[in-house]
Design a binder for this molecule. Structure first.
Ligand code: PEP
Ligand code: MG
Length: 596
């Protein structure tokens, strides 16, 4: 049923994949089936069970068919999501629970499945990790498919989208997106979902603009409405006036211009005017991001977070999987270096099936290297994969959450054991592979001189370092006002660790979010860091600032700001210093009184 036509209606959602796009809406109706609830004749229970099982069978066939029909290799990469859905279809809990409910409660299959879904959904909601919680949607996609098959409802055929459209849906299952001819899709918008929902991940990797979490989009949009979306800011306008369209297009031109201008710095070295050279590298979570890292001028991967390999699945990655992925990293980043961080699970990311999921203080619990030291088989499998890949390019190993020298020694003992196994099996690897420690726990920063004897490099993880130094949970919005990267304690610690590393003759990197903030660029340079690792898109901006500056002035800036007693004084000082020094680039940093 058509809804009243909206004119120039603005809705704010969540920007999931950047880009500004204007196009016609293509509405996809999904997940809105009304479920009949019927008590059944006790004799009919087995027939109902059969009906349920054949809906499962039909769903399985449909998913297999979708999977087989994906031809585009870019899209095929994401088809593992369909395997997850096939696994859910085989899930013992889902099947047995529903069958038991049909038999015991004598209810129809739709009702029984809905009750099972409710129970599983409650269990999922309790999970704190955003990524895993989002995987709840997979369960819903699968159940929606079973419901449709139980009810004999046909899906609207989205394989035949024509023209270039913005796909509008309450939610899109991976099966939906994978079926579409993405050449005809200019953008995606959905009522629900967050930054790590499948639609968001897929559209980012395909470079299709997307806005999610719009809540009311499908109830306000008619098929064929003209839409504008800004995948960066999360804005969306239905049937915009000419004036609004023009202002968005102007914004798009400006964004393109800035990106082009900034990208000019990507291929230039990060060198100050007085000849000090630092290295800018990329933080990545998937090897698919390597082309973007290179395009933005990364001189290697400073942090490959490997957690994604372990998430969104019931089993663990095999040695072969680790090896193949790390080998791709080593080969694709060659001749630069790829820094692989071993599993940093725990804290805010959990692995299904591990008891530590119920910890009271997960950030202080069985996290990262502590988890690896307890689950040594998981650790060794990953280390073998990394070592084997080291025969194909330059890789180095980074251990997360090191708190002291014993931990690093124990980790190295295990690494040596794994190396010996490979030597014995005559499997090649880089015998000289470099090993580093993340400095993100205060005890590690205080004992950095001892740690420096054990490792080849340091990488400061300011995201965690700030949380542990200031006792401020990095994901708790109630105390976020206390999360201050320029706190004197944080700056003194960074200064101390850098000095220690240099005295020991090892390089020191920074890989927390702080490293991607252009306003802090000279503070970090002046503190003496050698390498900066950040999200790829931030590299050109940071290079630009370094290239406009002199190392000497950054030293003097740091000397002055270390005399202030509070983070807010330091912040004000740094901002006005940057605004005066680089008026064109840091105009937004002018404190109000300077602007006036
Ligand atoms: C950090 O803590 O700064 C860091 C880079 O690691 P993560 O954000 O993955 O904990
Ligand atoms: Mg960390």
């Amino acid at each position: 049923m058509a809804v009243q036509q909206q004119i120039n209606k603005f809705i704010q959602g969540i920007g999931a994949s950047p880009g500004i796009i204007i196009g016609k809406a293509y509405l996809v109706e999904r997940f809105k089936v009304r479920l009949p609830q019927k008590q059944i004749d006790p004799k009919g229970a087995e027939k109902e069970v059969e009906r349920f099982l054949s809906a499962i069978e039909e769903s399985r066939d449909q998913l297999m068919e979708i999977k087989e029909k994906i031809l585009d290799p870019q899209v095929r990469k994401h088809s593992f999501i369909l395997d997850v859905h096939l696994m859910i279809l085989n899930d013992e809990m889902l099947l047995q629970d529903t069958i038991d409910t049909i038999r015991k409660k004598k209810v129809n299959a739709e009702w029984a499945l809905d009750l099972t879904l409710e129970r599983l959904d409650t269990a999922f909601k309790a999970i704190e990790d955003e990524y895993l919680r989002e995987r709840r949607s997979d369960l819903h996609y699968v159940c929606a498919r079973i419901f449709r098959n139980l009810l004999g409802k046909k899906e609207d055929d989205i394989t035949k989208i024509k023209g270039k459209v913005i796909v509008v849906a309450h939610d899109l299952s991976p099966a939906d997106t994978l079926q579409m001819n993405l050449k005809h899709v200019a953008g995606f918008i959905t009522d629900i979902g967050g930054k790590v929902s499948h639609t968001a991940i897929l559209s980012r990797s395909l470079g299709i603009p997307a806005v999610v979490g719009l809540e009311v989009a499908t109830s306000l949009i008619n098929g064929g409405d003209l839409l504008i979306i800004d995948g960066e800011t999360g804005e969306m306008v239905i049937n915009p006036t000419e004036e609004v369209s023009q202002s968005f297009l102007e914004r798009k031109r400006r964004a393109k211009y800035i990106e082009r201008e900034i990208l000019k710095y990507a291929s230039l070295p990060a060198e100050t005017r007085d000849g000090v050279r630092v290295r800018l590298q990329a933080n990545i979570e998937m090897v698919e991001e390597i082309p973007s890292a290179k395009m933005h001028g990364a001189e290697g991967i400073g942090l490959y977070r490997t957690e994604i390999l372990y998430l969104n699945r019931k089993d663990l990655p095999t040695e072969e999987e680790h090896f193949q992925i790390y080998r791709r990293l080593a080969e694709n980043i060659h001749p630069a270096t790829g820094t692989i961080r071993t599993l940093d699970i725990g804290g805010d990311k959990f692995l299904s099936g591990y008891s530590a999921n119920n910890e009271m203080n997960p950030a202080l619990g069985l996290r990262a290297i502590r988890f690896s030291m307890r689950e040594t088989d998981i650790f060794k499998t990953q280390l073998r994969g990394i070592l084997r890949a080291s025969a194909y390019g330059k890789v180095r190993i980074l251990f997360p959450m090191i708190s002291g020298i014993e931990e690093i020694r124990q980790a190295k003992v295990i690494l040596e054991e794994v190396k010996k196994g490979l030597v014995k099996a005559r499997i090649p690897f880089d015998q000289e592979i470099k090993v580093g420690a993340m400095i993100e726990i205060p005890s590690a920063s205080v004992t950095a001189d001892l740690l420096a004897r054990e490792v080849d490099f340091f990488s400061i993880g300011t995201n965690d370092l700030i949380q542990y130094v200031l006792a401020v949970d990095r994901i708790n919005e109630h105390v976020s006002y206390l999360y201050e990267p320029l706190h004197p304690a944080v700056l003194r610690i960074i200064r101390g660790v850098v000095e220690t590393a240099h005295q020991a003759g090892i390089p020191i990197a920074i890989c927390g979010e702080m490293a991607a903030e252009p306003t802090y660029a000279l503070v970090l340079l002046g503190l003496g860091l050698d390498e900066f690792s950040m999200t790829p898109a931030s590299i050109p901006k940071m290079k630009k600032v370094f290239r406009m500056s002199r190392f000497e002035e950054s030293r003097s800036l740091v000397k002055q700001l270390l005399q202030f007693a509070t983070a807010s004084e330091i912040e004000r000082f740094v901002k006005s210093w940057m605004a005066k020094r680089f008026p064109e680039d840091f105009i937004e940093c002018y404190p109000e009184e300077i602007k006036a």
